[in-house]
Design a protein around this ligand. Structure first.
Ligand code: TMP
Length: 202
């Protein structure tokens, strides 16, 4: 099973991705977890380029291509082998992020982003994408550290990111939106319920 936890900055998705991976391991499912962009040597280097505050000049199209390049590498080096070994794979962000950030908030177009993904990725969509939904104020309160280049894009951009995620999820049976304003434990329980449903059906 290929599972993705995604959502706006400050939605708590990294915490939830870790909690979900630990929960799956406790249920005795061999599980691998990765972050996108990252998890490979090339992906981590691309991540540095994307998030550096020195790169203010980067265009949205360049962002799309770089996020996609990191993802292609992550798929080939980490996700595909893990799935082949029969593992559950949990990924912190995926194509849904490029759709919401660059496609919707950045104006590149969600359909165009999906087109680039279809041309470059062996597999485009996971079995399940969990979108953690959070309002801007709660999200901002959770971001204590120094902000990266994307996080610095401002409230207008980030409210469009949230809207982008919700639009993308609308009417898709492989997407579930979870309210992420509660405590980490409360959100985790909701995430587990959603995944249990999928495991039960599968
Ligand atoms: P993370 O720190 O939440 O893992 O993600 C790094 C930043 O990159 C975050 O601000 C969201 C942004 N991002 C995009 O803009 N597009 C993408 O496709 C992905 C995966 C992340």
């Amino acid at each position: 099973m290929f599972l993705v936890v995604d959502g706006p900055d400050g939605s708590g998705k990294s915490t939830q991705a870790h909690l979900l991976a630990d929960w799956l391991r406790r249920q005795r499912f061999p599980t691998a977890d990765f972050r996108d962009p990252g998890a490979t040597v090339i992906g981590e280097k691309i991540r540095e380029i994307l998030l550096s505050t020195a790169h203010e000049a980067m265009t949205t199209s360049a962002e799309v291509l770089l996020y996609m390049a990191a993802r292609v590498q992550l798929w080939a080096e980490a996700i595909a082998p893990a799935l082949k070994e029969g593992k559950c794979v949990v990924v912190d962000r995926w194509l849904s992020s490029t759709c919401a950030y660059q496609g919707y908030a950045g104006g590149f177009g969600m359909e165009k982003v999906i087109g680039v993904a279809r041309d470059s990725l062996e597999r485009v969509w996971p079995d399940l994408t969990i979108i953690l939904d959070v309002d801007l104020k709660t999200a901002a309160q959770r971001l204590h550290r120094e902000l990266d280049r994307i996080e610095r894009k401002g409230d207008n951009y980030h409210s469009r990111v949230r809207e982008g995620f919700l639009r993308l999820a609308q009417g898709r049976p492989d997407f579930v939106v979870v309210d992420a304003t509660g405590s980490a434990e409360a959100v985790h329980q909701e995430v587990v319920k959603v995944v249990q449903k999928l495991l039960y059906v599968a």
